[in-house]
Design a protein around this ligand. Structure first.
Ligand SMILES: [Zn+2]
Length: 323
């Protein structure tokens, strides 16, 4: 049985909600176990039309004020709060959920975070997710100071849409198995890059030293436990060989949480738990539907904005049919 969520609340927040369906947390698989595509209304490249007024204002403020206020609000607010009393934002499970009052990632020089496709509006997560990324990015800025005009940026692919829900991929198929409730993030491999290189597609070059350091920082963030990291086995092998050569004892603890999943040759997929805790989140019960599997359309991460320039933009209906 999937979680029961109040219908009125669901219709207000869940972008996949349909009054025809009697359940809020709809199954993601149909008969014979086949993955269901996203609802037709949500087959699109950009989810910016789903922003709440508050999210819209937060994004606008970040553009207007960030140069003068380099410490984003999230850092201050979370430092002052008891994390245990944080509001609930992630509903249903990672594959069929939605996100309430999702928080956007706000890139800054301090946090070294880059949103690869900001015009897609899929940089929303729970407060815990954004706090984890903010904290990790600030550690990376200290671990790897800028040099020769290059910095070690943490490049973010999809998190979740403004209100979560299904993210479509090519030809109307489901783009991810998860990424529906703010608890999953696709993260490019860490490398020194110039600012001009950060919006390029994820690439497969993999520096085991830098990426092991980044993963250790991710795991040790004080805000939320990390349930799993998914990446291709070829990179896991490089990591393991490098770490064992260094004699780092943390591999025994963290290595089993870094797992192979297909279509992850160009990025990590990181899944968080429900609150702060040990790597793997043993304190929290396994939530139904949150099995340790993942599917990211690799092409989705490689994809740049397919929309024509404004002057040649086609009607939305035509565009929808072409995706
Ligand atoms: Zn992913």
């Amino acid at each position: 049985m999937f979680e029961q969520v109040d219908d009125a609340f669901c219709s207000q927040w869940n972008p996949d909600y349909s009054s025809k369906s009697s359940t809020c947390c709809r199954p993601t698989r149909g008969k014979r176990g086949r993955m269901l595509p996203c609802d037709l209304r949500r087959v699109k490249w950009s989810f910016c039309d789903e922003l709440t007024q508050e999210q819209h204002e937060t994004l606008q403020r970040s553009v207007d004020e960030l140069p003068r206020d380099p410490l984003p609000e999230i850092e201050l607010r979370l430092m002052e709060q008891d994390l245990g009393s944080l509001r609930r934002q992630a509903y249903c499970s990672i594959g069929n959920g939605f996100l309430v009052q999702g928080r956007p990632v706000i890139p800054s020089e301090e946090n070294r975070l880059i949103v690869k496709n900001p015009r897609r509006c899929t940089q929303f997560g729970t407060d815990l997710m954004v706090a984890m990324l903010e904290w990790t990015g600030r550690q990376i800025a200290r671990d790897y100071p800028s040099e020769n005009g290059k910095s070690a940026y943490m490049i973010l692919g999809d998190l979740s849409a403004p209100r979560g829900g299904c993210i479509s991929g090519r030809r109307g198929r489901r783009g991810h198995k998860s990424h529906t409730n703010g608890k999953d993030v696709d993260l490019g491999f860490l490398a020194y890059r110039t600012p001009a290189q950060v919006h390029a597609p994820f690439d497969r070059r993999f520096d085991p030293a830098m990426n092991w350091q980044m993963l250790k920082r991710v795991f040790e963030n004080p805000y939320v436990c990390i349930k799993s990291v998914f990446v291709d086995r070829a990179h896991i092998k490089k990591l393991r060989q490098w770490v064992q050569k260094q004699g780092d004892p943390d591999w025994a603890r963290l290595g089993p949480l870094i797992r192979h999943v297909r279509s992850h040759r160009g990025h990590f997929h990181i899944r968080i738990g429900e609150g702060p805790g040990l790597p793997g989140c043993p304190e929290f019960q396994q939530i139904e539907g949150e099995e340790d599997e993942e599917m990211d359309g690799e092409e989705l991460s490689q994809q740049s904005d397919p929309r024509p320039r404004t002057s040649e933009r086609r009607p939305a209906k035509l565009l929808r049919n072409s995706l």
